[in-house]
Design a protein around this ligand. Structure first.
Ligand code: 13P
Ligand code: SF4
Length: 305
């Protein structure tokens, strides 16, 4: 059955002149059928470079699809399950960004790419976990309004002399927030030879308890080039599949087996096939919101290249 669906997807992809992009947190099957798998920044850059396709099937969450719409106003951006909404991105509204700007008129606004276009349209720049420090350092202002992830905000504050100000009191990723220092200690005992790497969406105490902190893309390249053989990853469980594929032979253990992004997992092979067949669900944005958001997306891409 699975093979039949895979064949159908391949045929539909050709017929529709489509490309499938997938985030590192997608299930094994979805990662394997995708034309390109990456972290948030890699997906943004890839989406900005697609010239010869008519549609993009985005196997990620809503804010990623929206960013693809901003970068490709002339293409159809499809998402296999329209309910794939990142709860963190929904913790920040455009109104909250505007209110913070009014309170701090001299500050620059740097938003995590995990935010909706409603908020992005008022940002000076975006950042991802792989370029946040570089992007913040590139801004001429010393005061930076940051959101929605306050753990990534803490990570950047720790690494720069700029004044990082959280836009909202609450802003977090539920599965990274659940990881504790006790989890780190337990796993260290279980696998004493393994290096422990967590994502900057984890709490600062957890970041400090781990050996390294990096984005999902950073994990892939770091592990591929490392002399070590065992790694414990404090992030979504399906990073294991991505890293094992890119760095065969390395032993990968999730820091917590229940670190699952339920929203990313909504996409299935069946839904990808149906999305291609029906050219729906499609992600759309108000034209003006998309135009206003372009500035911050482009600034981030320029600084990251
Ligand atoms: P990166 O893939 O950029 O590390 O981000 C992780 C994430 O939580 C995406 O939603
Ligand atoms: Fe959002 Fe967290 Fe899922 Fe990333 S892992 S999409 S931040 S809920």
């Amino acid at each position: 059955m699975t093979n039949k669906i895979k064949e159908e997807i391949e045929i539909l992809k050709k017929d529709k002149n489509a490309i499938i992009l997938a985030h590192n947190y997608q299930s094994k099957e979805v990662q394997d059928i995708a034309d390109f798998v990456g972290d948030s920044l890699e997906l943004c850059i890839k989406a900005s470079e697609i010239k010869d396709k008519d549609m993009i099937v985005f196997c990620g969450v809503d804010f990623m699809g929206e960013t693809a719409v901003i970068l490709n106003p002339d293409k159809k951006i499809l998402i296999p399950d329209a309910n794939a909404e990142c709860p963190m991105a929904h913790m920040l509204t455009g109104e909250q960004v505007l209110a913070a700007k009014e309170k701090h008129p001299n500050a620059a606004v740097c938003l995590y790419v995990n935010s909706l276009a409603d908020a992005k349209q008022y940002a000076d720049t975006l950042c991802t976990s792989s370029n946040a420090v570089k992007v913040v350092e590139s801004l001429e202002q010393d005061e930076i309004l940051f959101g929605p992830d306050n753990n990534l905000g803490d990570y950047v504050r720790d690494k720069t002399s700029k004044k990082i100000m959280a836009i909202t009191e609450i802003g977090y990723c539920y599965l990274h927030k659940k990881i504790t220092t006790e989890d780190v200690e337990e796993k260290r005992k279980e696998y004493p030879n393994a290096e422990i790497i967590c994502h900057p969406e984890c709490d600062m105490v957890v970041q400090k308890a781990c050996d390294k902190v990096m984005s999902t893309g950073g994990m892939v390249s770091y592990i591929s080039n490392s002399q070590n053989n065992e790694f414990i990853l404090g992030t979504e469980v399906d990073m294991k599949h991505r890293v094992e594929k890119e760095a065969p032979g390395k032993k990968i253990y999730p820091l917590r087996e229940d670190s699952i992004c339920e929203e990313m997992k909504l996409h299935t092979l069946e839904k990808i096939r149906d999305t291609l067949k029906n050219e729906s669900p499609q992600i759309t944005l108000d034209e003006n919101v998309a135009k206003r958001s372009m500035k911050s997306v482009k600034y981030m891409i320029k600084v990251s290249k």
